[in-house]
Design a protein. Structure first.
Length: 153
């Protein structure tokens, strides 16, 4: 089992000045909720409880919550997809993930699965002749049967 060398410094009457070090590296700097909670435990004389809290967080791999969004592949493409950053959920919240999936799918279906529409003017240019360009309209559609999960950074 790994051993932790925990040390700290700071002013007794100002918990916001505390710095906590684990094995010589800064663990919790200033202006974090965790640092304030640890500093309060140390000031109260509960160093063992503060050390246990640090060890517990290190061992469980303390992470910030990851956020995801739902996207849909483009119709007829295996590599292009569409998504929105306005709808997102925590990775571990199943009900919220289902909500954003249904909401985005409903939005796409209400627009007939059309995400982008663009128009291209094509034609030939010959000196002295004027020819009308041919207009072509292209639509990019989302395939609502092929969703994917996208991590937001």
């Amino acid at each position: 089992m790994k051993h932790f060398n925990i040390s700290y410094n700071g002013y007794k009457y100002a918990p916001e000045t505390f710095n906590i070090f684990v094995n010589g590296k800064l663990y919790a700097g200033r202006h974090t909720e965790e640092a304030a909670a640890l500093a309060n435990l140390i000031i109260q004389g509960k160093e063992k409880e503060a050390a246990d809290m640090i060890k517990r967080n290190i061992r469980k791999g303390y992470k910030k919550p990851e956020y995801i969004t739902i996207g849909f592949y483009q119709e007829g493409s295996a590599s292009r997809y569409f998504f929105t950053r306005q709808l997102y959920a925590r990775r571990d919240d199943l009900t919220d993930k289902l909500r954003i999936y249904k909401e985005y799918k409903h939005f796409l279906e209400s627009n007939n699965c059309i995400v982008n529409t663009y128009e291209v003017n094509a034609g030939e240019v010959k000196p002295g002749q004027i020819s009308a360009p041919k207009k072509q309209t292209f639509e990019e559609r989302a395939d609502v049967k092929r969703p994917l999960i996208i991590k937001l950074i």
